[in-house]
Design a protein around this ligand. Structure first.
Ligand code: GLY
Length: 383
């Protein structure tokens, strides 16, 4: 990355939590000039659909085929969230619902009990405070759990935010900032020889989630996919996710509960229940059968939810790479950067991604861990 005499002018394509956080870091915290391009309303895609858990253990510590350093990246991501939350709330004047949310993971079957054991070992290795619990200890902490529980794992240090308020706070802080411009048209990318240009900008940051690969570039009057300038972007795939919320009540858990692929998150008078993970699916609307399957799974974990009225159903699309970890950094086309493919950890990794990509764009050393998430990496072998 060439060093600029003054700060570079940056075009960010994609106004989800990753693009918005990068804009916040680059413009608000570091003083660069930024344009954010998105033809859709900012922050209303995957960032809006998420549950807001900032919890590295259950989506990054023990998943087959994952990037070997994703858990480490997620731990760093969680560590910088308190500072980011304080700064963002102060600058935007919006409460983003940042708090501690001790999580209880429970096993109702033998395989899940084994998995919790592996996660516990991984947490121990990373010196993360946690406690392995007997069934009695689980039920004392959370009486809403099924009495058939086999074991549990408590993580007192997990965090949470209201992800919808986070994107609204980012938008509020950015809209009033003199160095930031929101553009609701397609980014007018042009190919000039082997280079990419966007008039008035020195750097392009592709941060459009699962749609990053289909960002368009004009070359001699024709539109081509950005993949022609960085072939690895073709590896970002879509993973649909469906969720629902039910009314809070007597049989509902008071803390975040996870079991297998299901999580239950108490939030503002409701229990958010997620989520399906559906490869190759782009969905705007939830489907009745999938929502009902999730609801029944939640009832298996917390039987008292059986009569809880369903309040809301929704769907979103996660962007995933083959090793479930994001692409962050400069691509093989000079001046084209990427921050996309965050899969299940977009909210958790937004401040960390913003910091890394801002360091790299501004010619600072982002460190060895950041380098491991380069788009030019080779993928970890599937476990
Ligand atoms: N991180 C929540 C999900 O991907 O469902």
């Amino acid at each position: 990355m060439a060093l600029f005499g003054s700060l570079p002018r940056i075009a960010i394509i994609g106004a989800g939590i990753i693009g918005l956080s990068a804009a916040y870091e680059l413009a608000v915290r570091r003083g660069a000039r930024v344009s954010i391009f998105d033809t859709r309303p900012p922050g209303r895609g995957a960032s809006w659909a998420a549950a807001g858990m900032l919890a590295p253990a259950f989506e990054a510590a023990d998943e087959p085929g994952q990037h070997t350093r994703l858990f480490e990246l997620c731990l760093h991501g969680a560590a910088i969230w308190p500072d980011f939350a304080e700064d963002l709330s102060a600058r935007s004047g919006i409460d983003i619902g940042f708090s501690r949310a001790p999580c209880l993971a429970v096993a109702l079957g033998a395989n899940e009990a084994i998995r919790l054991g592996r996660i516990s070992a991984r947490l121990g290795g990373a010196r993360i405070e946690h406690a392995a619990l007997t069934p009695d200890e689980v039920l004392r902490r959370e009486p809403a759990i099924s009495p058939g529980v086999l074991s549990g794992l408590e993580l007192p240090s997990d965090l949470r935010v209201n992800n919808r308020q986070v994107v609204d706070a980012l938008i509020a802080a950015l809209r009033t900032h003199p160095k930031v411009k929101f553009v609701s048209d397609r980014a007018p990318l042009r190919a000039v020889g082997s280079q990419l240009r966007l008039e008035g900008h020195d750097i392009i940051l592709a941060a459009a989630g699962w749609e990053t690969a289909i960002i368009k570039v004009e070359e001699q009057g024709q539109l081509f996919s950005l993949v022609n300038w960085e072939t690895a972007l073709d590896d970002i795939d879509c993973y649909g996710g469906q969720m629902l919320s039910v009314a809070d009540g007597a049989g509902a858990p008071k803390r975040v509960v996870r079991s297998g692929h299901v999580y239950l998150v108490p939030r503002e008078g409701r229990i958010v229940i997620g989520a399906t993970v559906e490869p190759d699916r782009v969905m705007d609307e939830p489907e009745e059968a999938a929502i009902e399957a999730l609801r029944l799974e939640a009832i298996r974990i917390c039987p008292g939810l059986a009569d809880a009225p369903v309040l809301e159903r929704w769907a979103g699309v996660r962007p995933g790479t083959p090793d479930q970890a994001p692409f962050i950094g400069e691509t093989s086309t000079p001046g084209l950067f990427v921050a996309a493919g965050h899969f299940r950890n977009g909210i958790l990794l937004a401040p960390m991604t913003a910091r890394i990509v801002a360091d790299q764009i501004l010619g600072k050393d982002a460190g060895d861990l950041a380098g491991a998430f380069s788009v030019r990496r080779t993928y970890a072998a599937t476990a």
